[in-house]
Every structure is written in C-alpha cells, then in structure tokens.
Ligand binder design. Structure first.
Ligand SMILES: CC(=O)N[C@H]1[C@@H](OP(=O)(O)OP(=O)(O)OC[C@H]2O[C@@H](n3ccc(=O)[nH]c3=O)[C@H](O)[C@@H]2O)O[C@H](CO)[C@@H](O)[C@@H]1O
Ligand SMILES: C=C(OP(=O)(O)O)C(=O)O
Length: 421
C-alpha cells in the first residue's frame, strides 16, 4: 500500500490552486442522470471518488467523455441498468445520490446500502423516508434499497427532515425536480454544495427556490435538459491548506477559492492569531512566524463550523499555545485521528463527543494510520510540524478527497513524497 513520507519542520510559504469541491461534484454528476441531452460539468477535481461516480454512471449506460480541459460530458438516454452495485457503493457513500435521480426519471432504482464508515453509523433513513413521502415504494432487501414509483411519476409533498442531512436534502431535491406538483423541504441543509446543486438543476430547467435557507420549494417540471456547469471551489481543501500553513507559522495564498464559503473557519483562524486577507476568489493567511493560539470549536451544520474541518483543528490545537476544546456534534465517532496524534506526542483526551487538546511545543514523528479522509489530512498536517520523518499509511482515504496532495504541499515548501507500495 502506498504511503506518504513527510519530513517535518519546514515553514509553508507560497500559493496553491484550490480544486473543485468533491462534495459538490458528486451530486452534480448524479444529477446528470436527469438530463435529456448532453451535460458538460467543469472544474471537477481529479479524485478517486469522481472516478468511482463516473464508473457508476458508465456501468448504468450513461455515455461519459472527458474533454481536453478535463470537463466531463455525459449523455444519458436509455439506461441498461438501474442498479448501483455493492462493489462501487462500498468505496463511496455518495453513490446513494443516484437513488433520487433514477427514481425521478426512470421510476425505479436499486442501490446498495452504503456500508458503515469510520466516522459513525451514517444511516440513510431520511433519504428513504423522503422518497416514500414523494410516493415511492421502498424496500430494503439483502443489503439493497429497492425503490419504485408505482404510478411512474413521483408526487410533490411536504417533507420535514428530523436531522439536517446534506446528501439527504440533495437526494430528495433531485427526486422532486421531476415530480408532479410542488415539494417543500423543511429543515433542509444549507451547505454551499446544496446551493451549487440547486443552481445546476435550475440551469437544467428545474424550478427550485430557497436553496441556502432551511426551507426549499421545488415545483416539479416534466423534463430537464442538459447544460454547462462548473462546480464550486472546495472549501474543505481550502481550509486544510490554511490550517497547514497556520500550524507551521507560515503563509499561504489559496487561489480560485471563495472566502464566503468558509467564514466560520476563517473566523477561528483569526482567533488563533492568523492574519487573513481575502479577495473575490482568493484567501491569504499569514502567521508571521507565530505559533497559533488554541481555539474552542463546535461542529454544526452550515453556516456553523464544518465537521469536515474538525480533525485539522484538533492538530492546530495540539501545537497551539493553551488548551482548546473541540466538540463534534454531527458524527458520533469522528475522533479516530486523536489516537494517532497521541502517538505523535499530542496531549488529547476524548470523552464522548468532546476532545480536550492541550497544546505542546512540538510533536514527534511516528508511523501513523489514516482512518478516514479528514483524519488523514490531519495526520499530514501534524507530520508537517513534527520533528523527524512521519509515514502516513493507508493514504487511499486521502486520495478520495485531495487532488495531488503531495504536489500541492511540495509547492508550498513541504518535504513530502509518496512512497510506492
Ligand atoms: C458527499 C458529501 O457531501 N459528504 C458530506 C455530507 O455527508 P452526509 O450527507 O452523509 O452527512 P449528513 O449531513 O447526511 O449527516 C448529518 C447527520 O445526519 C445523520 N443522518 C443522515 C442521513 C439520514 O438519513 N439519517 C441520519 O440520521 C448522520 O448520521 C449524521 O449524524 O455531509 C457531512 C456533514 O456535513 C460531511 O461530513 C460529508 O463530507
Ligand atoms: C466524510 C466525507 O466524505 P464522504 O461523505 O464522501 O465520506 C468528507 O468529505 O469529509
């Protein structure tokens, strides 16, 4: 298995281009199933999850072509399969996002239940209840969700989500766009990726209002057409590079990003002592050689502090001046990085959903194991400041969510390389 070897101690300094957002690209690729006519999706990040989604679409019978500018063109007509099989779904939970579009346009779908993952149980009950509210019949049999629309077309409905769910909101929105009548989703997720998907669907001819608020209204239409759409910048990749620069006392200019997408994160970085400057599509962080100050963080749905940045801030606190408390309210088991960081000399105690992190002057290198995507990112950041050479193992997690991670860090002056299996 490949690993990353990182020699810590270099202060990061430089510019990095931020890629398109994985969590926006995946639902938008799933939405191409709804388009009668060609769709062109640009600013796609070069990631394993994107390849998996394209493979899933291809297996179902969507024609997929990659253009010279790396945008993807899809044409989705007659499909030869309405099944998302286990071998693909098990590597990527976001495969569940084909459920809504398939039901909406083809009246049936069979999607393997996504497996458990290291950050919590992650059920999909709210997705399924949403489909039922829209008139679908849903059965879970032999590990597969089988859903069909007995009348051929789904029917608009009022749906209240008990818990704010990002992919749940996206799945229900994609099911509702072709339904007969109006759907209202209450307690909808407000994440920028939900808004990006709604913008894309509207560009395809959908009638969605209220995206970005907790109440969305969707007036069903008969058909959707193709369009050209560029996915928004990755706010989590942006935040990861900002934290990496901060913990090394360095400076980074993130280009092709959007400061509006990560206000809560920027606010915490300022509280940690970073100087932050922003423009329309860039963010510059400068620590001026200083050590960060510990900050308290509590994750919650957007616009509050994102759970996908929690692990990175645990590392920031681990090397900061003072003690920081990190509370995880979204996933019940998202502190797997804490144990690995402790092996690098961090002082972290986890009780329930709270990690108390006492800042240390320095961390020390140790072989560590990545357990999930953002945990992997946090280990890389820790290795950048640790004394000695750290090997981060099981990096297939990181390749799900970070494009060319070692090249981008090298560009900023880090000593990092990928070692073959
Ligand atoms: C591909 C993608 O966009 N992934 C993101 C998405 O994941 P994902 O959409 O899977 O996360 P959700 O927003 O659905 O999860 C939020 C909470 O709701 C619970 N829940 C969710 C669905 C459901 O049917 N029942 C239920 O109880 C979950 O267990 C969790 O406790 O949002 C998460 C929260 O911002 C991010 O960490 C992920 O990076
Ligand atoms: C948890 C994440 O992704 P996924 O929902 O694809 O597992 C993430 O992006 O941090």
């Amino acid at each position: 298995m490949e690993k990353l070897r990182i020699e810590g101690g270099n202060r990061l300094d430089g510019e990095v281009r931020i890629s398109g957002a994985k969590n926006s690209a995946l639902p938008i690729l799933a939405a191409t199933l709804l388009a009668e006519g060609p769709m062109q999706v640009g600013n796609l990040p070069h990631l394993h999850d994107i390849t998996t989604m394209l493979e899933l679409l291809g297996r179902m019978g969507v024609s997929v072509a990659i253009n010279e500018d790396m945008s993807v063109e899809t044409v989705c007509g007659e499909l030869n399969s309405l099944v998302a099989p286990y071998d693909l779904v098990r590597t990527m939970r976001a495969s569940i996002l084909v459920l809504g579009p398939l039901l909406a346009r083809y009246g049936e779908a069979e999607v393997s239940l996504p497996g458990g993952c290291a950050i919590g149980s992650r059920p999909v009950d709210l997705h399924l209840r949403g489909m039922e509210a829209l008139g679908a019949k849903v059965e879970v049999l032999e590990g597969y969700v089988k859903a069909w629309a007995p009348e051929g077309r789904l029917k608009g409905a009022n749906i209240f989500l008990d818990t704010v769910t990002v992919t749940g909101t996206e799945n229900i929105m994609m099911a509702a766009v072709l339904a007969d009548g109006k759907t209202v989703i209450e307690n909808a997720a407000r994440e920028p990726e939900v808004v990006d998907l709604a913008n894309c669907l509207n560009a395809m001819g959908a009638k969605i209002t209220g995206a970005g608020t907790d109440t969305m209204e969707i007036e069903g239409v008969e058909t959707l057409h193709g369009c050209e759409f560029n996915v928004l910048p990755d706010r989590i990749e942006t935040g990861t590079f900002l934290v990496a620069a901060a913990v090394t006392g360095g400076r980074v200019l993130c280009k092709d990003t959007d400061p509006v997408l990560l206000e809560a994160v920027l606010h915490k970085l300022q509280e940690a002592g970073a100087e932050i400057k922003t423009g329309d599509d860039w963010i510059e962080l400068d620590m001026h050689g200083k050590r960060p100050k510990a900050v308290n963080v509590r994750t919650a749905p957007h616009p509050a502090f994102p759970t996908d940045m929690q692990a990175q801030f645990v590392v920031l606190n681990a090397v900061a001046e003072g003690t920081g408390t990190v509370i995880e309210t979204i996933f019940e088991n998202r502190f797997m990085h804490a144990q690995e960081l402790v092996r690098m000399g961090a002082d972290i105690s986890v009780e329930g959903n709270t990690a108390v992190v006492v800042g240390k002057d320095t961390l020390s290198a140790a072989p560590v194991m990545a357990t999930d995507l953002r945990a992997s990112a946090s280990l890389v950041i820790a290795a950048l400041v640790a004394e000695g050479a750290t090997d981060v193992n099981r990096i297939y997690h990181i390749d799900r969510g970070y494009e060319c991670i070692e090249e981008k860090f090298q560009q900023l002056g880090a000593n990092i390389r990928r070692l073959p299996a």
